[in-house]
Design a protein around this ligand. Structure first.
Ligand code: PLP
Length: 455
């Protein structure tokens, strides 16, 4: 039975809908869920997963979906890649946990070494292991403070860095994520992000020299905080939760210059944009910038929990006991990560570049037909479509966005929103061109339905 099911799933390329959505089994789970599960989760539509293979997911009622969410950009190698499953099973039968905080084991250092060789920058590095993106950011904040003996941090409007109180204090994505949880960590300042579709200083990307950074140089560091008090600037090279906003190269290059001039640590948050998703191992590579530290999670271990802060070795000098995590870098996650990294290097990063280019071109072509599409942007398989009510005023089409995501779901395509009015396309990196074409066709139909409904 299992075998037949997985064979069907790996051959399936198109969504197959067997029941109205949600089906009866899914409905029963959702009813129980509402009694027992924290109401803080944001489920946009009722998908109750049972199994997954490659870029396809099957629900409890036998409906098969094309997955452009990938568990929030996590299952980089696709659902249940056989080599990842094999590595997890082998490691789980040998040693599940011992704690790298107190003991040694080989695959922790093996993965650290491999990751350090692909991380941006030629200088020697060291790797800290946690369990999530948030923990990777917490580690980077603490490391920057410890190393510089300064306490202030600069982050950006729209950016998302996680939800524990340190990381949350940097997060400035949606007010609901902060509301009711204050006071935040003191000493955090926010600056405008280089959102070229909605330029904060009213320029166009052509010929711009990242003038939006003038706010940091001429306002923040003049009126509010002295540069020699700033430990770090933390930046997403491509904003994820905030709306898949691609920062231009000059923005990141000038940030590098600024941080270097003032002895601040430049932290690249590559939790969402890293691990080959953009067609390069890390999105910051497009700009040629070498950050001092990088936070990584999501796509790093194909779905097992793992978060990493990697930094120049001369920066990661904190002493034993300064920072650690019981579960961080556990052997099973490391086993999955070693195979994941190999698969990304061998073929998936190139596939992300190729199929991503195809996807972006297809989505841009839809803009000729659908006035709702204000902007299509991204790199590789990290693609955002921003919906607007009017292309001139760029009024955000938030309700239309939600309706489009739902309409796609009802046709068998799993999408997620980002920001107020953006739809993100973040499929597994095993996606084929044929699957990209299917998603474009389904999205086309979904937009037609929404445009009619909102006329
Ligand atoms: N940083 C970025 C850029 C993210 O996109 C996320 C999660 O979406 C995080 C940090 C937090 O990661 P996690 O949810 O694994 O804690």
């Amino acid at each position: 039975m299992e075998k037949t099911e997985s064979a069907i799933m790996s051959e399936t390329k198109l969504p197959i809908l067997m029941t109205p959505l949600p089906g009866p089994r899914a409905k029963a789970v959702i009813a129980r869920d509402s009694q027992w599960i924290s109401p803080s989760y944001t489920r946009g539509y009722p998908m109750v997963a049972k199994s997954g293979r490659g870029a396809m997911v099957e629900d409890l009622d036998g409906n098969v979906f094309l997955d452009f969410a990938a568990g929030i950009a996590v299952v980089s190698t696709g659902h249940c890649h056989p080599r990842v499953v094999e590595a997890i099973q082998k490691q789980a039968a040998e040693l599940i946990h011992i704690s790298g905080t107190d003991f040694y084991y080989p695959n922790m250092v093996e993965f650290a070494e491999r990751l350090a060789t692909v991380a941006p920058g030629k200088e020697p590095k060291k790797v800290y292991f946690g369990n999530s993106g948030t923990e990777a950011i917490e580690a980077a904040i603490k490391l920057a403070r410890y190393h510089t003996r300064r306490d202030k941090i600069i982050a950006f409007h729209g950016c998302f860095h996680g939800r524990t109180l340190g990381a949350l204090s940097l997060t400035a994505s949606k007010a609901v994520q902060r509301r009711g949880f204050g006071p935040m960590m003191p000493g955090v300042y926010h600056a405008p992000y280089a959102d070229c579709y909605r330029c904060p200083v009213g320029l166009t990307p052509h010929g711009c020299a990242a003038e939006c950074l003038g706010f940091i140089e001429n306002e923040l560091l003049v009126h509010l905080v002295s540069p020699d008090e700033v430990a770090a600037i933390v930046v997403e090279p491509i904003q994820g939760e905030g709306g898949y906003v691609v920062a231009p190269d000059q923005f990141l290059q000038r940030l590098r210059e600024l941080t270097r001039n003032h002895g601040m640590v430049l932290v690249a948050d590559e939790v969402q944009s890293g691990m080959g998703r953009t067609g390069r191992m890390f999105a910051i590579e497009f700009s040629g910038v070498e950050p001092d530290a990088v936070a990584i999670a999501k796509g790093i271990a194909s779905g097992l929990p793992l978060g990493v802060a990697i930094a120049r070795a001369d920066l990661m000098t904190w002493p034993p006991g300064a920072h650690a995590s019981t579960f961080g870098g556990n052997p099973v996650s490391c086993a999955a990560a070693v195979v994941t990294l190999r698969l990304i290097q061998d073929s998936l990063m190139a596939n992300a570049a190729d199929v991503g280019g195809h996807l972006i071109a297809g989505l841009r072509a839809l803009a000729d037909k659908h006035l709702l599409i204000g902007d299509v942007r991204g790199r590789g398989l990290m693609v955002g479509v921003e919906l607007v009510r009017d292309r001139r005023t760029k009024e955000r089409a938030g309700r239309e966005r939600d309706a489009a995501v739902l309409a796609a779901f009802n046709r068998g395509l799993l999408l997620l929103g980002a920001g107020v009015n953006v739809i993100r396309f973040s499929p597994p990196l095993v996606l084929t061109r044929a699957q990209a074409d299917t998603a474009i066709a389904v999205f086309d139909e979904a937009l037609t339905e929404v445009e009619r409904a909102f006329q």
